[in-house]
Design a protein around this ligand. Structure first.
Ligand SMILES: [Zn+2]
Length: 240
């Protein structure tokens, strides 16, 4: 799944765990992708492309067992959860970070090609529904719908909805070979892909974090119509 929609998963977590700081939630949902960036940069994991890249299906995550396997997800989730609990003594903090890390693997399962291993060292089976290759526009629709669903559950602002929609639409050329886009410059340049993904991670985490701040969030008025909560209002806490 693309960076913007991983970032929106933090909105679901914030709704369920309102006392956990948003930056921690945002980092948890992209922890595996940040490891992927680091491991690719170090040469521990590998990305390749077709000679020409017209869509994301022509970018291959050929070796990603340390950042994106079921076992590594469980290890990172457990580690994040343990650090959070030791630091704060709060079960909600620990649970939220574990769920945040796990959300990344689950969301990638839906769209990735079969490139997700059970554990490092296990070449088979490889998991992933492969929607980017088999049904790319369905993948686009699912990604956009998930981002909007997270916004809706969170009761986010119109600006947040606009940002989620725009970032998804900006990725459109990556879903369809018929739509030309800047991805053509990525052919044969895996580290450029890693750099681009890293930039997308940082930008989308900051944008979602800023636009989801309590002062920008919509809460229902007595009439049922959303109104913008005052900037001085306490952080969230609308549901336990
Ligand atoms: Zn990922």
């Amino acid at each position: 799944m693309f960076a913007i929609n991983h970032a929106t998963a933090a909105l679901l977590l914030k709704r369920r765990f309102p006392r956990v700081p948003m930056p921690a939630l945002l980092l948890s949902v992209q922890a595996l992708e940040l490891l992927w960036v680091l491991f690719n940069a170090l040469g521990l994991e590998r990305t390749t492309t077709e000679p020409h890249v017209h869509s994301v299906s022509e970018i291959h995550l050929v070796y990603i067992p340390f950042s994106h396997s079921l076992a590594s997800t469980l290890v990172v989730a457990a580690a994040a959860s343990a650090v959070a609990f030791v630091a704060t003594r709060r079960k909600d903090f620990a649970a939220a970070l574990a769920l945040g890390v796990a959300s990344h693997f689950v969301l990638d399962l839906v769209t990735h090609a079969a490139d997700l291993a059970l554990a490092p060292g296990l070449a088979h089976p490889l998991l992933g529904l492969g929607l980017y290759a088999s049904a790319p526009m369905a993948a686009f629709a699912i990604e956009l719908a998930f981002g909007v669903f997270c916004w809706w559950i969170y009761r986010g602002s119109k600006a947040l909805l606009a940002a989620i929609t725009l970032f998804n639409v900006a990725n459109l050329s990556l879903f369809s070979a018929a739509i030309r886009g800047p991805e053509e410059a990525l052919a044969g340049r895996p580290l450029a892909i890693v750099g681009l993904v890293f930039a997308q991670i940082l930008v989308t985490l900051v944008v979602v974090g800023v636009l989801a701040r309590p002062g920008r969030r919509l809460v229902p008025s007595r009439s049922g119509r959303p109104v913008t909560r005052a900037r001085t209002a306490p952080a969230s806490g609308t549901r336990n």
